[in-house]
Design a protein around this ligand. Structure first.
Ligand code: FRU
Length: 512
């Protein structure tokens, strides 16, 4: 994003409090405000952006996040904190990291330092080490370019309390204006830590033995991929090609603006990494998600079974600060598992909700649907806005319109002639807070199989996530309908009969 100067860092220092969730759970109105997501993570109140420091330790998934506890717009950044045992139910924790004399606490990552390489803990009680960007607002105002540096902090009590390292910053900066969002991994073959950060239009890779002293090893990307805006929030990790032993490396890069449907989005590169250098032969720009509202997402460190679990921020800098919620702003995507598929030497990173999301489901309606060419069918259901709609089809020519009693309609569908899937939120609900919010969103779907493939739609009050063919093609978008959608019109745009098999509508239980 373009940062706001003029907000004093000192104005926020030490004056923030957040109530842990347990103090609120008895209140019946808890998490029931208009547009409040029921099964996605959102902060109890105030402003949230990127997920940060996602790490798994001792049976607990930690989610930290960019947080401004004093307002529902972006401001001096803290790290908010929540924990979960199943990635679905979350418990809020007190703020983990506060701004200090070196600046606001911008995005970053957390690792478990099992070998106590940092010396902050012991091998018996390994520290959690957070690596983040310091953003010094006063420095930005001077017009110099040295105001973003990298700092570290550690916790010996599983993230409840944090101590900032007295030697901060661990990576200084003289002249790079956008220099941020460090993501750290342990590279086992080289037995060192690798830190990836972004510097304007490229990524930089550093290595370290102890998380405190870092050496710059290489750079990537000034001449690769999409460059419609600044690179942000990188992530670098290995992943096995599904059904084989081949291992590739994935580099995620968020970019703002410059996403395929405007504003913020996340591209990825598939390549190789030898411990110091990332290389790829990829030519085409690839996107994790083609919808407007999945940004700054990264994956869990240390997740069980080497799984790659991704969470993104379900918003877009084009309008993130203007969406029509009052008490809080924005939510995270559902946690999604990555898998890498290879087809004729071309790689695609699939992302699909983690299995625990299925446990929230209660099937309410199940049927087989057949609609003649140019025909339509209408399904009624009390609340599509807290539901999953799922079916299988071979058709690439259909339209789905979710409608409510206020004449609002969210439209989506596949267009065979254009080989595209689209979302149209022009009439979906409140859209007037930002010009262009209703613009048509499109996603190319050139490689869908001819065999039946799955369409899975998860709607939650003010968002929709669409997973096509189990995560081959994905779109995520916010929407703000005044009332719940209660009718779904299914139209067959094709010349053959439209067959939807295993068509299911399920209620998705709330998590709060
Ligand atoms: C991405 C981002 C990051 C930065 C943070 C500041 O949304 O701009 O690059 O660290 O948000 O809140």
């Amino acid at each position: 994003m373009v940062f706001f100067i003029g907000i004093s860092m000192l104005s926020c220092k030490n004056k923030t409090t957040v109530k842990p969730a347990e103090t609120n759970t008895t209140l019946t109105e808890y998490y029931t405000e208009p547009f409040r997501p029921q099964y996605h993570f959102s902060p109890e109140e105030k402003w949230m952006n990127d997920p940060n420091g996602m790490v798994y330790k001792d049976g607990v998934y930690h989610l930290f996040y960019q947080y401004y506890p004093d307002d529902i717009v972006w401001g001096p950044m803290h790290w908010g904190h929540a924990v979960s045992k199943n990635l679905v139910h979350w418990k809020h924790k007190p703020i983990a990291l506060f701004p200090d004399r070196l600046g606001y606490i911008f995005s970053g990552s957390t690792v478990v330092d099992y070998n106590n390489t940092s010396g902050f803990g012991t091998v018996e009680n390994p520290p959690l080490v957070a690596i983040f960007t310091y953003h010094l607002a006063e420095g930005e105002k001077t017009g110099k370019n040295d105001f973003q540096t990298q700092g570290i902090a550690y916790s010996l009590d599983n993230g409840d309390t944090w101590v900032k390292y007295e030697g901060n910053p661990v990576i200084g900066n003289k002249d790079i204006r956008d220099f941020r969002d460090p993501k750290v991994i342990w590279h086992e073959p080289s037995k060192h830590w690798v830190l990836t950060l972004v510097a304007g239009n490229h990524a930089k890779f550093y290595t370290s033995e102890n998380l405190k002293e870092w050496d710059l090893m290489s750079e990537f990307g000034a001449d690769k991929g999409a460059h419609g805006g600044v690179w942000e929030c990188p992530d670098l990790f290995p992943i096995k090609v599904s059904g084989s032993d081949e291992e590739k490396w994935v580099l995620l890069i968020s970019i703002n603006p410059g996403a395929p449907n405007g504003g913020s989005g996340t591209q990825y590169f598939i390549g190789d990494f030898d411990g110091t250098k990332f290389e790829t032969s990829q030519q085409e720009t690839k996107w994790i998600d083609w919808g407007t509202d999945n940004y700054a997402g990264v994956t869990y460190s240390n997740a069980p079974n080497n799984e790659r679990i991704f969470i993104g921020w379900m918003s877009n800098w084009n309008y993130a600060q203007k969406t029509p919620t009052l008490k809080w702003r924005s939510a995270m995507t559902l946690p999604r598992k990555f898998s890498l598929k290879k087809n004729n030497d071309d790689f695609t990173l699939y992302n699909y909700p983690v299995e625990n999301v299925d446990k929230l489901k209660k099937v309410q309606l199940k049927k087989e649907i057949a609609i003649p060419s140019k025909g339509s069918d209408v399904i009624s259901y009390e609340n599509f806005n807290q539901a999953e709609i799922r079916f299988k089809t071979t058709s690439k020519d259909f339209k789905l319109s979710f409608m409510n009693e206020s004449d609002e309609v969210l439209v989506m569908g596949a267009l065979a002639a254009k080989q595209k899937f689209f979302i149209d939120r022009q009439k979906s609900g409140v859209i007037d807070f930002q010009d262009g919010f209703g613009n048509l969103q499109q996603m190319p779907i050139p490689n869908l199989p001819n065999a039946p493939y799955e369409v899975r739609i998860l709607m939650d009050k003010s968002s929709v996530e669409i997973f096509i063919n189990e995560g081959q093609y994905v779109m995520t978008a916010q929407l703000f309908p005044i009332k719940s959608y209660t009718r779904l019109k299914i139209e067959n745009l094709g010349v053959d009969a439209l067959l939807l098999s295993d068509f299911e509508v399920s209620k998705v239980k709330g998590i709060w």
